[in-house]
Design a protein around this ligand. Structure first.
Ligand code: SF4
Ligand code: SF4
Length: 128
């Protein structure tokens, strides 16, 4: 489950919105989803595979780090683990911390309008 609020952010997140959403946080523009050794091990456990296989199949180097590969189809990018608009993340239980922290990313802290366009689960915190 995603976190629903975080100190220093002027919005909160309603996870119930994900049920009716087409998974806009996992597709659209190209972007990096970083994974570290602990997260690679978690994904490998999920697939009952080994970390080398996970790296070769699903990850790509970006700026000396590893990011999840993307697909490009119908004019948009999507995370290689994005199943479809109904099922969304195919590794939900093992998804990286960056995904678990969405929508509380530093990038969005002062870009709330951009975030509102992307995620229908974001609500302004009352009184702010
Ligand atoms: S964009 Fe927001 S509402 Fe939609 S699936 Fe992602 S977190 Fe859930
Ligand atoms: S790992 Fe899952 S939650 Fe994270 S971007 Fe990919 S499909 Fe979305």
């Amino acid at each position: 489950m995603n976190i629903t609020s975080q100190s220093g952010f002027s919005y909160f997140f309603d996870p119930a919105a994900c049920r009716a959403c087409a998974g806009f946080c996992c597709r659209g523009q190209s972007g990096s989803i970083w994974v570290n050794a602990r997260e690679i091990a978690r994904i490998a456990d999920f697939f009952e595979s080994n970390q080398i296989d996970i790296i070769h199949r699903y990850l790509t180097p970006v700026d000396n780090r590893l990011s999840i590969r993307e697909r490009f189809a119908d004019g948009q990018f999507s995370c290689v683990f994005f199943a479809d608009q109904e099922k969304k993340c195919s590794i939900h239980a093992a998804r990286p911390d960056q995904c678990r922290r969405f929508p509380f990313w530093e990038h969005y802290r002062n870009r709330i309008d951009e975030l509102f366009r992307e995620c229908p689960g974001v609500r302004l915190t009352p009184g702010i």
